[in-house]
Design a binder for this molecule. Sequence first.
Ligand SMILES: [Zn+2]
Length: 173
Amino acid sequence: MSKESEKTRRLWVALRHQAQLKGFRVVVRSMEATASAYCDYGTKKVVISDRLNPADALARLAHEVGHVYLHTNLSLQDRGIREIEAELFAYAMLADHGIRPDDSLLHYIASWAMRVAPHAPEDLVGTISEQLVPATRQVSVQVHRYLRDHMQPARSGPAEPPFLPSDHDGPVL
Ligand SMILES: [Zn+2]
């Protein structure tokens, strides 16, 4: 396993654990071509498409865990703000583990910022970034602690199981 894919696998497991701490199950399964992931607060599930490559799947999981931690009352906030927050959270989580986020992540943030605050998108993103620091730091500390306690760096030995097992036991939502 390459160093990069090992980093991806470790962070995937740690973020999945973070979702579980909030009572959310992470499910990987086939989805419509137009969707790649979503967070279902009703059934407490984070669903990730099984056709994503591991790097994209991790970025989507980080985004959905952002929703789980940041957005407990959906009626209080504009969807665009929520999407920017979740994507900035994902960006911070990946960067914190030395994984360079794909440019599409920044495009997603920029496009929502243009929609929500067309005259000052950079001010909006700056303000949201500052407000996110405490929550992001808190999850980041928990992730590092989990990795330290449960996920020793890979040694030579038996191959690790695939980290994205398909989940077929849930209803199709
Ligand atoms: Zn989202």
